[in-house]
Design a protein around this ligand. Structure first.
Ligand code: URA
Length: 230
């Protein structure tokens, strides 16, 4: 929210006082003095009046997990292990998944408490490619690549998928790059050809690539550089 609104929402300041505090340059956001009423204040921002702390700011957290097969992309599940069970971190209820994967899909999963960041990653409008390695039951022909590039009609959602890029690797395996994350999207795309997906593995989301040092079930913090790439 805007800084002037954040300050005005505190019971101790009225609008005039807020204006005066800003003009007097008595407000700091993340250690920097600002007089801009439009300065963005997030739940992660530290806000000070002189040397008094008005908001400490929660720490933003970002993790990369190698999701194994047989684990649910949810925060709670009564029957199966969830991806959050794999994290040895405090306050896990504060975290959410940026782009779910099916129970038997493996690969890159990003977990964070920063909603703005995860929206940038998953919104179709940002068109970040998500790259999957696919193994199928039947051979994959060049016709698949043409069909996926044109887009496929999904009757349930009444939409045509965005153009997708298919690289055929061998008879029954391929690398597919899609910019959306519709429900069971990859399986449904191959399902159009009555070709069952046997294994599915997400290799990357935009510039973020699954760290090859992570075995299935392992995770690590994202680096500052990785966080900034989104
Ligand atoms: N598409 C699918 O069908 N499943 C996934 O887990 C991800 C993309």
């Amino acid at each position: 929210m805007r800084l002037d609104r954040f300050l005005g929402n505190l019971p101790r300041f009225n609008r005039k006082q807020v204006r005066l505090l800003l003009i007097a340059r008595r407000i700091k956001v993340d250690g920097q003095v600002t007089s801009d009423p439009l300065h963005e204040v997030r739940e992660f921002s530290r806000v000070e009046l002189d040397d008094e702390l008005l908001q400490a700011g929660r720490a933003p957290r970002y993790f990369m997990l190698h999701k194994p097969m047989g684990c649910v992309s949810a925060t709670v599940d009564l029957q199966h292990p969830t991806v959050l069970d794999l994290l040895d971190e405090p306050d896990k209820h504060d975290l959410h998944i940026a782009g779910r994967l099916d129970f038997n899909t493996s690969g890159l999963m990003l977990i964070t408490n920063d909603g703005q960041w995860s929206r940038r990653l998953t919104q179709p409008i940002t068109k970040l490619p998500k790259v999957y390695h696919v193994h199928t039951e039947q051979p994959i022909s060049p016709e698949y690549a043409e069909t996926f590039a044109r887009g496929l009609y999904f009757a349930f959602e009444d939409l045509t998928t965005q153009p997708a890029h298919l690289e055929i690797l061998d008879r029954c395996s391929a690398r597919l790059s899609i910019v959306e994350g519709r429900y069971h999207q990859v399986k449904r795309m191959f399902g159009h050809f009555q070709n069952k997906v046997l294994t599915l593995h997400r290799e990357s989301m935009g510039p973020l690539v699954l760290d090859p040092a992570l075995a299935p079930g392992q995770y690590r913090h994202l680096t500052a550089e990785e966080i900034q790439q989104i």
